[in-house]
Design a protein around this ligand. Sequence first.
Ligand code: NAD
Length: 276
Amino acid sequence: TTVPQIRIADGVTIPQLGFGVYQVPPEETRDAVSMALEVGYRHIDTAQMYGNEQGVGDALKDSGLSRDEVFVTSKLNNGFHRRDDALRAAEASVERLGGPMDLFLIHWPLPTIDVDYLETWQAMIEIRDAGLTRAIGVSNFQVPHLERIIAETGVKPAVNQIEVHPYLTNETVRAYNAAQGIATEAWSPIAQGQVLGDPTISAIAERVGRTTAQVTLRWHIQRGDIVFPKSVTRSRVEENFRLFDFELTDDDIQAIAALNKDHRTGPDPDTFAYIP
Ligand code: NAD
């Protein structure tokens, strides 16, 4: 039951399974993260937009674990895409989290707003060089967005965190990530619960004696993606951690991938322009 480590940048490895805290209320985050650390998770995915970085930082402090034992990701909020704002916002995250980040991402490309995401990516490089984070990456970047920042800076993101689940396999972006050596992180890996009643996944789950959540998460793991399912219910947090003592066949992997219907649970990255 050891979680595999994936190498994402020079000297930086990330546990392939983590704990996501999107929609965990700020006042519950300290307890939820403490519980996940007790269960054995050593990778937490938060964001400035979630408003709960302080709870993550408090739980890390409470845990008695040293900072290099837990991998912490945060994401730059949409209102901070200008260079100076991005640097200040990164410093504030480090303060709330109680130390440098392991991974810091541009949360959304926002290609239609009046700040060019290239300026934001150049700021991310400065943020890394200043030691505020060990690695930098992006989230919700489409292929043209990736092509542009790589061509203009020569610096590849360590990861691209995108929506991926059986109903949105997102193969075009995954393939580009793979070709560039960019790790894919799959957000909403169980489509916020929408895939859990799927008949194909249920049949496989019955055969291997696991839940549909476990089968879906195992599918991501065997495809090589990084996942961090969210739950605040201890039994589910434990269930989602037990993925390393069973295996799916290649046919299972393909049957689940064939469920794709390009169905997004979240916004379209090409048009999303929300600024909190
Ligand atoms: P998810 O696919 O992890 O699903 C979470 C939902 O499924 C919750 O309602 C939970 O109660 C339920 N659930 C979890 N485990 C279960 C189980 N074993 N059995 C039954 N139900 C279960 O969705 P998510 O929270 O949207 O995504 C996971 C993480 O991805 C987030 O917490 C966040 O860290 C990240 N994320 C990133 C972005 C982005 O734009 N970068 C967007 C959304 C989510």
